[in-house]
Ligand binder design. Structure first.
Ligand code: PMP
Length: 402
């Protein structure tokens, strides 16, 4: 009864809160405002006029800055526009339309294409597959990354399996970091498809919430070591470092893949936005500059993650489980009847990512996972939203059973 009373009171409050997407808050964006006055010069380190066309691969100084951070040699990085998601989407399109190094034909000529999708995972990866006609097969996540016994079996036996989506560090939404052994197995495993690729979306490479950053094994180097040099496609961006709408993105891979990628993108563009690239180099300077900047982000969002953990512990300790990430942007909450909880929250003015979004085809067979994105609201709004969410979880558990 008390859950119903609490829910009625919650609805009465007429809230309008949004926990749907992992956006940086305005205060986080303010951290990079100095960029609006940069660059101070339009000349690159090599004396090239950044205002003009050219430099399709991106400025060497920016590639050198990010090389150690994303574990790709500078010569094997391509700088993209503001969205790494675009790079991922376009890589798949390129693979559909032009044969990959090591491949026998273009993916568009294959009777079926399958990607493995560790779950819970990032919905926009799944959207790319849906749009491009790629069948998705869910693979369970463990505390060390995807269940590698399942992955190894599927890639070894099924030649239609051409890819796997991975968010290896502070994963979206669980915050899990892939163990060294998981990374090694991904690099070493035999695959039935000669042109199988690991889509390594390292979106949260530098997004630590603690003073002890997680270490991630070097997939690209391990792939080369294990005789699969062309297996890894690495992605990253500064969307949650500088400006989510005006950052820079990165594609990194083997020399053969980079050549293949540039051959394709050279038909799309005469050159990237080098002024923005210069702006990022001047603002971030070097790896230590990035680390110092990311500590300021952590100061702003760390308390939000702590708050969510505190409220969930107080309100739902007996009814739900959730992750306590050491970095990244999300918390994964496991509750009974997730779909109904999200619907009740919506009716009370609390917008959550649709239940099921963390799974291919929007289908979470256990109906348990809710992704919480705590970064955008201020602390007060966040507290109201999580308190309200907890009320909804208790209500639904009372009505439908835990
Ligand atoms: N990958 C992951 C795992 C993400 O969580 C996000 C943002 N939510 C993105 C990619 C999007 O990156 P970008 O802004 O570079 O397109």
């Amino acid at each position: 009864m008390s859950a119903q009373r609490d829910y009625a009171a919650l609805v009465q409050r007429d809230l309008s809160l949004d926990l749907t997407r992992g956006k940086p808050s305005p205060r986080q964006l303010d951290l990079s405002d100095a960029m609006l006055g940069l660059p101070t010069s339009h000349l690159t380190a090599a004396g090239v006029d950044a205002r003009n066309y050219g430099d399709l691969q991106g400025l060497p100084e920016l590639r050198a800055l990010f090389a150690p951070l994303i574990q790709v040699p500078a010569g094997q990085i391509v700088v993209g526009g503001n969205s790494s998601l675009t790079l991922m989407h376009d890589t798949v399109v390129h693979a559909l339309l032009s044969t990959l190094p090591g491949g026998e034909r273009r993916w568009v000529e294959e009777p079926q294409l399958t990607f493995l999708c560790p779950v819970p995972g990032y919905d926009r990866h799944f959207t790319i597959c849906e749009r491009l006609g790629i069948t998705m097969v869910a693979v369970p996540m463990t505390a060390d990354g995807p269940d590698m016994d399942v992955v190894e079996r599927l890639v070894a036996t099924d030649p239609t399996v051409k890819g796997i989506w991975c968010v290896p560090k502070y994963s979206n939404p669980s915050g899990i970091v892939y163990s060294d052994e998981t990374v090694r197995r991904l690099a070493a495993m035999p695959t039935a498809a000669p042109d199988f690729r690991v889509f390594w979306d390292n979106a949260y490479a530098v997004h630590h919430l603690t003073d002890t950053p997680a270490e991630l094994a070097d997939l690209l180097a391990l792939c080369a070591e294990h005789g699969n040099p062309d297996r890894a496609f690495v992605y990253a961006s500064t969307s949650k470092v500088t400006f989510a709408g005006s950052g820079v993105s990165f594609f990194g891979s083997s020399p053969a893949n980079v050549q293949w990628f540039l051959a394709n993108t050279s038909k799309q563009s005469i050159g990237p936005d080098k002024i923005n690239q210069l702006r990022h180099v001047e603002f971030l300077r070097d790896a230590e500059g990035v680390a110092a900047h990311m500590r300021k982000h952590a100061e702003l969002i760390g308390p939000k993650f702590e708050l969510v953990d505190k409220v969930l512990t107080e309100r739902l300790g007996d009814l739900a489980t959730w992750t306590s990430p050491k970095g990244g942007y999300f918390i994964s909450l496991e509750v009974p009847h997730a779909r109904e909880v999200v619907a009740r929250a919506k009716a009370a003015g609390i917008a959550l990512t649709p239940a099921g979004a963390t799974h291919p085809y929007g289908d979470d067979p256990a109906d348990r996972t809710i992704r919480i994105a705590p970064t955008y609201p201020d602390l007060d709004e966040l507290e109201q939203a999580i308190e309200g969410l907890a009320v909804c979880v208790r209500l639904v558990a009372e009505e439908l059973g835990a």
